[in-house]
Design a protein around this ligand. Sequence first.
Ligand code: SAM
Ligand code: SF4
Length: 329
Amino acid sequence: MTSPPTDPYQRRIDYLRLSITDRCNLRCTYCMPEGGVPKLAHGDILRYEEILRLARIVTAMGISKIRITGGEPLVRRDVLFLCGSIAGIPQLRSLSITTNGVLLGRLAGGLFQAGIKRINVSLDTLKPGKFASITRQDCFEEVWKGIMAAHEAGFAPIKLNAVVMRGVNDDEIADLARLTFEYPFHMRFIEFMPFKEADYDDRFLSSEDILDRLRNVGELVPVESTDSNGPARHYRFAGAMGKIGIISPISNHFCPTCNRLRVTADGRLRTCLFAREETDLKRALRLGASDEEMMLLIRTAIADKPERHELDSRAFRKCISRPMFAIGG
Ligand code: SAM
Ligand code: SF4
């Protein structure tokens, strides 16, 4: 098996987050403007054969983990076919997906059959009314049914992701965490990242504050992570089936162990979530670049991967280039 590429900071780059659409059926306040955003033209989005070719090229380079994301990946037509095709790439060790769960009730079984074995579902609240105000859509029941459908389909563990915002859902940290007593889910709390939110500083809650709230639920025992490069710190409550994860992109940089690349729905390669530089892979693909030329382009981008982001600097935050739905989170 080919060893993954390394960057100048000796990080092994073995993970790609692949966005397959910029469209979404929700409008989360922390991610999208209420009126939505101008959609990319159909021709600007990578076609399935282009996505599959890119997936084959990166796996041949030694990148062995791919996560499908978006926008909302499940709104793209024939997503099961695409997932099945990527899952069939022999060198791929892990294929996963991040979804808002709205369409999971219908698609969970098919995704599992297609070869996706790891699933992350966004869940910021357990209250239907609050769900509607955060996502601007009244779909809590669908998402909960979707999570249950994924559970029944055999996904294990299911990772649930909550973006924590002060005054919005921080009062539910304990209730969300208690799900780990009832289900074998991993409940992960993510620090809110700034994407042009006017009230960002008032809403931000650090991972230390989140941990303090969690300690009111019970004793939190740190546990080893099976995914050494993942950005989460893991804990478990005594007697719980599932784990707790804390993801702190702001207060506790995970840059030193960052192993990831991102490709946006319009085929731009980003070596850092918050980078300003992108490499236009779609253009190269459409100009007829060979696999070797594509690999060279990707290696050149990896050689320029920034050592760290500067999200803790206000000046930097003001010029974040693209919001999450456009990058893939
Ligand atoms: N639509 C899918 C979903 O929501 O799970 C996948 C794409 S979404 C952009 C990927 C992840 O980014 C989600 O877990 C979402 O909660 C997270 N995210 C979006 N905006 C964020 C922000 N401002 N701060 C922290 N996480 C954010
Ligand atoms: Fe859509 Fe996911 Fe962004 Fe919410 S976080 S608006 S579900 S892309």
